[in-house]
Design a protein around this ligand. Structure first.
Ligand SMILES: NC(=O)c1ccc[n+]([C@@H]2O[C@H](COP(=O)([O-])OP(=O)(O)OC[C@H]3O[C@@H](n4cnc5c(N)ncnc54)[C@H](O)[C@@H]3O)[C@@H](O)[C@H]2O)c1
Length: 252
């Protein structure tokens, strides 16, 4: 029970990686506020928990300041504090730069970067007042290398990686840790949607598997295990780090 009695906020907890993190944290003894744009999906995450009391669904649009402020205030009002924040909510794009409309660029940055900024901005004051808190950001391999057809996505995840390091350094003496997980391609509903849009979905999935030297996609639970480690006291000396979970993709 590595997270016994901890209070965690996980954004994007209604699907894929966020759902797996919420489940893993709840099994480790945390109470998880499962925040998502899709409240029904967050509620479904709560119903999947072994002890449904451990996961509390809450609506949020991480792009909206008032919505994020309300999420953090509601968590503190109900549970007294925020021990752990997982910034997982994110969206992707499948375009190179010239084809990317300004609206799409702005929306990717609003979710992937502004969302992380706002969630940290409204969770950190409680953590700083108690001189204790952990932030886990979900970046991507796309934040570390250039990937074709991912202009806005790569740029936004690059920002998440460097913001992680800035937060880590700014608050290191105040008891705050902040780390980033950079997954390769993960077997989530997002990737299912991506593959389903291709003319030959089976071949498209095989190509994604082949891109990672292990020849398979990463499972959401494998990312959740890393998030658990980083959020736990086992990682007490770890801050500003970037943990790549990519089946060997970047080692080539
Ligand atoms: N799947 C992958 O291959 C992969 C790889 C690397 C990084 N990631 C990152 O992992 C995170 C989760 O991805 P996933 O694959 O589980 O995606 P997903 O699409 O399965 O789930 C994303 C969740 O975020 C929620 N969300 C979207 N916009 C939101 C908003 N404005 N406010 C609140 N919630 C919002 C969605 O409703 C959804 O429940 C993302 O940050 C993504 O960039 C995914």
């Amino acid at each position: 029970m590595e997270l016994r009695d901890r209070i965690a906020v996980v954004t994007g907890a209604g699907s894929g990686i966020g759902r797996a993190i919420a489940q893993r944290f709840a099994r480790a003894g945390a109470t998880v506020v499962a925040a998502d744009l899709d409240l029904a999906a967050a509620a479904a995450t709560a119903r999947l928990a072994p002890d449904p009391e451990r996961i509390v669904p809450h609506p949020v649009d991480v792009r909206e300041e008032a919505s994020v402020r309300a999420l953090m205030a509601a968590t503190i009002e109900r549970f007294g504090r925020i021990d752990i924040l997982v910034n997982n909510a994110g969206i992707g794009t499948t375009k190179d730069l010239v084809e990317t409309d300004l609206d799409e660029w702005e929306n990717v940055f609003a979710v992937n970067v502004r969302g992380v900024f706002l969630c940290c901005k409204y969770a950190l004051p409680d953590m700083l007042a108690r001189r204790s808190g952990v932030i886990v950001n979900i970046g991507s391999v796309a934040g570390l290398i250039g990937i074709p057809k991912r202009a806005a996505y790569c740029a936004s995840k690059g920002a998440v990686v460097t913001l992680t390091k800035q937060i880590a350094i700014a608050y290191v003496r105040e008891g705050i840790r902040c780390n980033c997980i950079c997954p390769g391609t993960v077997d989530s509903p997002w990737v299912e949607r991506l593959v389903a849009r291709e003319p030959d979905p089976v071949a498209a999935r095989r190509a994604l598997e082949a891109r990672q030297p292990m020849g398979r996609l990463v499972q959401p639970e494998e990312v959740a295990a890393a998030a658990l480690y980083l959020a736990s006291d086992e990682a007490a000396a770890v801050t500003g780090s970037v943990l790549v979970i990519d089946g060997g993709w970047l080692a080539q």
